[in-house]
Write a protein that binds this ligand. Structure first.
Ligand code: CP
Ligand code: NVA
Length: 312
């Protein structure tokens, strides 16, 4: 019998699948859980429940924040070494999912192609949470949403993403569209976010009073930016392109000059890990405007809120 039989399965694969109201509810709950850390009514929600973490790429924040969240909710965590499982080699992803659903209650999965997490979710009756794929990083975007709300309240922001149109960029763009923030991507030609994702975000943004802009002109885009976000120029899995990318992205660094070109008191954030001196300078990352480490902490609170929603 599936470990989850009789409960409603709620995956988190991308924020596209979640309404603005649902995202706002996650953020509200995350703020509440943050305020009441460890001593809240949900503390034993995962009693006798087990979550499995499967990471096919390195991680610090995601792994540690999920492990801590499940522990603080009274559950047990199994960290599976992906090489030991052999997803797609020793056993198909569908069969891995069909086995896991019989024994554990939650799957947290970091992988490469987004189709892999879709297969995992389709093939299991238990909730699957995206811990990052090549295309989306929804938990990071939720942490961003909470961090901006803490700093700016419920006020529409002009968000500038500088650099590569990657997984983090996509998810930040989706949450901005959902929450009605204006989003501008500024990066080199050929490295803009995927056109289909931009199109979907524009449709969602229009319903929520926001805009999505794509440009190659960083300093023009910075003129009215209230939040500047960046991420590494070379994502996990692209390591062989690192040297080439360093040259291509060189003019898109987040630094004091860019911050000076933006709105007064601009917030700066980064999903981390940062390559200091490449996509962001230490001066920017360690400035009083930086909320990157607050956002890193908020990973714990938003993920805990996602889990609470899935199990209550
Ligand atoms: N931001 C983030 O997901 O960090 P890790 O890769 O360390 O989990
Ligand atoms: N874009 C980066 C994010 C790391 C958290 C990567 O995928 O490697």
């Amino acid at each position: 019998m599936s470990a989850q039989i009789g409960t409603r399965k709620k995956d988190l694969l991308t924020l596209f699948d979640h309404s603005t109201e649902h995202i706002r509810e996650i953020l509200r709950l995350a703020a509440e859980l943050k305020a009441k850390r460890c001593s809240n009514q949900y503390s034993k929600l995962l009693d006798n429940k087990t979550g499995v973490l499967i990471f096919e790429k390195p991680s610090l924040r995601t792994r540690i924040s999920f492990e801590t969240a499940i522990h603080e909710l009274g559950g047990h965590v199994i960290n599976l070494a992906s090489e030991a499982v052999g997803i797609g080699t020793r056993e198909s992803i569908e069969d891995v999912a069909r086995n896991l659903e019989r024994i554990v209650h939650l799957i947290v999965y970091r992988t490469f192609g987004h189709n892999k997490i879709e297969s995992m979710a389709r093939s299991s009756a238990i909730p699957v949470i995206n811990a990052l794929t090549d295309t989306h990083h929804p938990c990071q975007a939720l942490a961003f949403g909470l961090t901006v709300a803490e700093a700016r309240g419920d006020v529409r922001q002009n968000v500038l993403f500088a650099g590569d149109g990657n997984n983090v960029c996509n998810s930040i763009m989706v949450i901005c569209a959902k929450l009605g923030h204006n989003f501008t991507f500024a990066g080199p030609k050929g490295y803009e976010p995927n056109g289909e994702i931009v199109k979907r975000c524009r449709e969602i943004a229009a319903q929520n009073g926001g805009e999505i802009n794509i440009t190659n002109d960083l300093y023009k885009a910075a003129a009215n930016a209230e939040v500047i976000y960046t991420d590494v120029w070379t994502s996990m899995g692209q390591e062989e392109q690192a040297q080439e990318r360093k040259a291509i992205f060189a003019d898109y660094q987040v630094n004091s000059a860019l911050m000076a070109a933006a709105s007064k008191d601009v917030l700066v954030s980064h999903c981390l890990p940062a390559l200091r001196g490449e996509e962001i300078t230490s001066e920017a990352l360690d400035s009083k405007n930086s909320v990157a480490f607050e956002e890193a902490e908020n990973r714990l609170h938003v993920q805990k809120a996602v889990i609470v929603q899935q199990f209550s």
